[in-house]
Design a binder for this molecule. Sequence first.
Ligand SMILES: Cc1cc2nc3c(=O)[nH]c(=O)nc-3n(C[C@H](O)[C@H](O)[C@H](O)COP(=O)(O)OP(=O)(O)OC[C@H]3O[C@@H](n4cnc5c(N)ncnc54)[C@H](O)[C@@H]3O)c2cc1C
Length: 611
Amino acid sequence: LDNFLLAEANENGSGYQPLWSNSFGVPFVNATYDYVIVGGGTAGLAVAWKLALSGKYDVAVVEAGGFYEQDNGNGSVIPGLAPLQGLGWDSNHPAPLLIDWGFVTEPQKGLDDRSLFYARGKTLGGCSARAHGAFMRGTKGTYQKWADEVNDPSYEFDQLLPYFKNSSTLTPPNHSKRFPNGTVVYDETAYATKTPGPLQISWPNWAIPLGTWGSSGFENIGLSTSKTGFSSGVLEGHGWIPGTINPVDSHRSSSQSSFLKEAMLKTSLKVYTRAFATKILFNQTTATGIELRTEGVSYSLSARKEVILSAGVFQSPHLLMLSGVGPKEHLQSHGIPVVHDRPGVGQNLHDKTYVGTGFRVNVETSSSLDSPEYAAEAAHDFLYNQTGPLTNGPAYVAFERLPTSSLSPTAQAALQGNFSSDWPHIEYLIENGFSGNNSDYATSDPKDGYNYGTISAAISTTLSRGNVSLRSNDPLQPPVINPNYYSNPIDMELAIAAFKRVRKIWAGMANVTIGPEHYPGTAAVSTDGEIEQYIRQNSIMIWHASATCKMGSANDSMAVVDSKARVFGVERLRVVDISAIPFLPPGHPQGTVYALALKIADDVLRDAESP
Ligand SMILES: Cc1cc2nc3c(=O)[nH]c(=O)nc-3n(C[C@H](O)[C@H](O)[C@H](O)COP(=O)(O)OP(=O)(O)OC[C@H]3O[C@@H](n4cnc5c(N)ncnc54)[C@H](O)[C@@H]3O)c2cc1C
């Protein structure tokens, strides 16, 4: 009967009465589709949208979580609440476990043996529903390096541009609702005018007051205003960044509220929620489907054409290894039969952290939300005018390449050998709250009546690499996550330099600060040794881990997928998410993840026509 309902709906196209329930797969029932996508996150839903929109194939997407609107109330919908959403995890402030996997890293030697909570969305939308919403692209050199590494010019910026464009719709800022000095610079030509995609990109209807002082701070270290914004392949200078915000209602635009919503309205896509994929099924080396569980009950979905893994940076490699694709000895040590020995699976984890210094400031920041009057006004502004601090997503940032003369010869050589000449070394972020050694403004703010602000620095050219491995052969056990932060000393050299620059940036913002540096304070932390110790003890997650199933050429033994994201050594299996990118691009990665998803979906469709 379900098949008749689906077939009828497809046949009658837009004429039939929409049946929302028709969009969901029936749990516990084995079924067959052309494509089975594991993970309804950032990439997974964009791939699903494109494949389903073709109208030619049965597509199912399997997501372990549900709808974040239901599972996390307003917390994931209102952009201004994103930095307050269980990111400063500790035993008193647990992660919102209906929408997050609750992962914790192994103790990190480079972080003074701390283990850090690593937020990962477990919800339709995945991390696009957890993200702070900063939207940008890497540099032209970034994509050139990608193209070179995979020996495929289609990864050059100009060739990726159509995918960048077709993923999103840009709405210009509403300057009548922002502060006069909240004016943004952007390059309209970097966005689509003819065939924009479902993801909504815009600027919040509110400019964080601290950000309006950013230009004087960044000019104090010699940076000028970005000429194009941060989506044209250039990451230089300072400016406001746009966010994944729907301009109509100022709600978060996630892959769920954009790609999935449209697919559910227009296509026969089937979504399985609360469906946890436990294994990829193989016939010899050909992927034939997946095994999954809902409420502890196992069932399976078969794929006539392909299984597409979009389970994210930790779980795509995890699922590969659980299913027998990975480093042979590691699999055997956990009693997993080897389907294909692929040493690179789970390796090459590329990430960064960030850390900053903070002041009491004479402008309102998220600290003000502790005042009931201010919070009531913020709620009113949001609900009635779609303005005010709750509309706020990302803010004011700057990118800098350090003068070569300021780096040690070893660092100069290593950076030159590993990164393009337009790759910024550092990204600075003006943060709208207290973010000491805890990235959740709500839990770390001293709540003493003052407003606090932070300026943080993240190193974009990190050389340390970590890995993800199996804890056991039980799919319910989380993977072992070891980012290995600061294992390469050059990362610390840059972090110390960046920390000193942050203090200079604040010095250029003296009009807005109250008293001396509040944390860590110059008396407590001034020598290089003290700065290093502070960085180790206070660096926090920026949540950008990548490259654990890295794309590469066939002769790269550590590569896991080819330039069409097909897993080496097996058939009918791709990995399409941030784990497939060969490295972490500079800036914030979700724009690149969406473009990759649409590009590979095109490959999938082309391959289906001429297998
Ligand atoms: C707190 C936070 C803030 C961030 N801020 C920004 C930002 O401002 N700007 C930016 O560009 N980037 C940001 N990022 C990073 C960015 O969101 C991610 O890099 C990107 O969204 C990753 O996309 P993905 O498709 O690889 O994985 P995900 O979006 O994580 O998707 C993976 C999906 O697979 C599902 N899944 C996993 N395993 C299974 C399984 N076994 N069975 C079924 N389903 C499974 C997960 O539940 C999830 O929905 C942030 C990330 C976080 C966590």
